[in-house]
Design a protein around this ligand. Sequence first.
Ligand code: NAI
Ligand code: MG
Length: 498
Amino acid sequence: MIQLPTGIQLQEKTLAFLAKTQHLFMGGEWTAPAEGQYFPTLNPANAEVLAEIPLATSPDIDQAVAAARHAFQNHWHPKIKPAKRSQLIHKLADLMQRDLPILMELETLDNGKPLNKAKYDVLGAINHFRYYAGWATKIEGTTIPVDGHKLVYTLREPLGVVGLIIPWNFPLMMAAWKLAPALACGNCCVLKPAEQTPLSALYLCNLIQEAGFPAGVVNVVTGPGVPTGEAISQHMDIDKVSFTGSTVVGRKIMTAAASSNLKKVSLELGGKSPNVIFADADLKAVSQSALWSSFYNTGQECTLGSRLYVERPVYEEFITKLKEQAEQLSIGNGLTNPDLGPVVSQKQLDRVLNYIQVGQNEGAELITGGERCTGALSDGYFLHPTIFGHTNDDLQVVQEEIFGPVVVVSPFDKPEEAISRANHTRYGLAAAVWTQDISKAHRFAQATQAGTVWINGYDLFDPAVPFGGHKESGIGAEMGRSAIDLYTQEKSVWVNLK
Ligand code: NAI
Ligand code: MG
């Protein structure tokens, strides 16, 4: 029986799904794991076990890959025409829309996030499928003029079987960011959700089946990084791995690809994004935005503006306001729609608390927060939003991705200083600048080493706009036209006309 906050009820279909024995989804069939092992997935709001999840090991990955390969050769590209692939992806989006309340609840239970934020995620995932459904019929090659009597054209072809390894912070949305372009391009997929949040991906399999995708086009295997993720990255018959998660694991995936079959790799990794506020900015707009760009999703988002730089004349005023707003954020069980839910796991809680300790040890000024929530929230992984002030960019809490509700703030004096400090990081995922001066804003955008720069805004996304990391934040951009390149390869065809 699921523990629920007073007055909250779940959809019948959510309860029925949670009551079922969970299986792996391979070749269109629900299958028990080869070695018979299971692991629990928890509700981070109260540490209750929500379900036992199959733990896929190497023989299961072999089976999933064989099913995907069979589907690729017999039932998918080029056997099914692009327009049909487009229709199937749209149908999946329709079914997700129909089951929106269930997907939201599963996402909230498994990850902890507020229900109304889970709704954005599911709607975002639906949008993503629809955007790439449109691409399925528009993937084109080119003709190339060359010397002599020759015709040269290129074909843009799917890679084959792709392994998709995703994190726990936006479970369904991350699945959509990878499945949607991979399928639109004509690949078959082996998806591994994060072990902390497998439920929405498993539920999605029902919808994939109902939508009418041929068996084996999408396979879902559940389990931790080792052995499940590792078996994917080392597999000799997977043509590409697309990964989102930590930089540490990103490196392991590249190593595994290099030492197995040189599969293609795309990586979306961590960030420590600078959010730079000039004194001439619209401070009212900034302070509301800065609150969310520091703490959205309880700080568990790769793009968050976890390094704030504020021009000195407005620094004190800005910090006072941010502190006041942070202290007013409501914290609680995601089903009650608070501002912030828990962090995802005990491991993440420990990691964030450890960073908070490190920050204090290395002399950062704790402006607010810094503690686990107590009382009614002590069963879950809840933390108070935390702000550190500092003047030293080399501190560990300024350099490393914390991935919790912790933001570091520092004053600056000159635009050039802001730019060089913004770039003083091994990451390069995103950055933002707030100013009314358009030249200053565009100069900043040009000088910043990041895959995305926002001017007078934060965390703006659209499926049509490429998103990827510079420096150690990743390889390859997802979204927009860029993802088509990630999930296809070019073939040049020469015709000798003589
Ligand atoms: P992680 O990188 O270990 O997990 C992400 C995914 O990779 C999960 O599906 C996991 O099972 C899989 N994985 C783990 N080890 C693997 C391996 N050896 N081979 C193949 N797959 C493997 O991230 P974790 O430990 O959950 O979080 C640690 C830190 O990573 C966070 O504190 C945060 O800094 C960062 N992170 C960044 C994310 C992003 O969106 N860029 C998302 C999640 C975590
Ligand atoms: Mg969970």
